[in-house]
Design a protein. Structure first.
Length: 301
């Protein structure tokens, strides 16, 4: 039996504003690739881990403000609901960065990437709740492929032990807060340009991170700025910029599927840049995650 247009519109994978174009898909994929490179910069930074999150936002802020101004997105006032969503999203993002960066220092980078994207599960099932309907067969196929691929990568890359447990728990908690951040921004994005939204998030979140870093007694002022500049440009400007641009075009379920790209990217650049072993099962997991996005695109296209 064919799928009716009404059931297709109510599908958990239905986009927020019509069918997403190739540019939206490219932004979603490229944004997640850029974000997957962040943990290495955090590990290389000689400031404290939470302080690295503070500098990530502060270094990116002037560039984000200039882009928002150039795009004509800066506005003096926001509707109360949008302002509250931005503030709540920024708080969740600040706590996400704080927990994740601390977790990166206390566990393997593979674990940090895998568990730091645990919020993808929240987004997957939040998409079902919002749509108020069960996924169709193609959507279940995408979910099974994505979760199966991520499970294979987790089984191959994660190293859960007493020595990494605390760091792993920090990263899992960060992943759930990241889901809250994305859900808040997806709603706020409907009435605010992406660059202006990121500018406001940085303004709200940076003081929170600075306060947490100070309370933890971390070294705040770095000696080597290179890792922090790379973190700001790759993760905050490029990664978050592309992701926020794509938010309006996709449902929470698609965003959740895309987040599962990051562990696959981490495995890939571990092999290319650091000579880590890339086995047949790793390849299978990466292909499954990629196939899930291909199925999702066919479904929403």
């Amino acid at each position: 039996m064919g799928t009716t247009s009404e059931s297709r519109d109510r599908s958990p994978m239905a986009s927020q504003s019509g069918s997403p174009g190739a540019l939206h898909w490219a932004a979603l994929i490229a944004g997640n690739v850029a974000l997957a490179l962040g943990p290495w910069s955090v590990r290389l930074a000689d400031s404290g881990p939470v302080a690295a999150g503070f500098w990530r936002l502060v270094i990116a802020l002037p560039l984000l403000w200039l882009i928002a101004r150039r795009m004509g997105e800066l506005v003096s006032g926001l509707p109360r609901r949008t302002a509250l969503l931005v503030a709540l999203g920024a708080l969740a993002f600040a706590l996400d960065l704080a927990l994740w960066h601390v977790g990166i220092e206390r566990t393997r980078l593979g674990n940090a990437s895998l568990f730091g994207n645990s919020g993808s599960l929240v987004l997957l099932f939040w998409g079902i709740l919002v749509a108020r309907t069960m996924p169709a067969r193609a959507e279940w196929a995408a979910i099974v492929l994505a979760l199966g691929g991520a499970a294979i990568l987790m089984g191959r890359s994660a190293d859960i032990s007493a020595s990494t447990l605390v760091g792993d728990l920090f990263c899992v908690s960060a992943g759930f807060l990241y889901a809250v951040y994305l859900l808040c921004l997806q709603d706020a994005r409907k009435g605010l340009g992406g660059w202006a939204l990121l500018t406001r998030v940085c303004l709200h979140a940076a003081p929170v991170l600075l306060a947490v870093a100070w309370l933890r007694g971390e070294p705040i002022w770095p000696q080597n700025w290179t890792p922090l500049v790379l973190l700001a440009l790759l993760s905050q400007v490029l990664g978050q910029g592309l992701l926020v641009f794509a938010l309006r075009a996709f449902s929470p379920m698609i965003i959740g599927l895309a987040l599962l790209m990051q562990p696959a990217v981490a495995v890939a650049y571990g092999f290319l840049a650091f000579g880590e072993v890339l086995g047949p099962l790793d390849m299978v997991g990466m292909v499954m995650v990629g196939a899930a996005l291909a199925v999702a695109r066919a479904r929403t296209g």
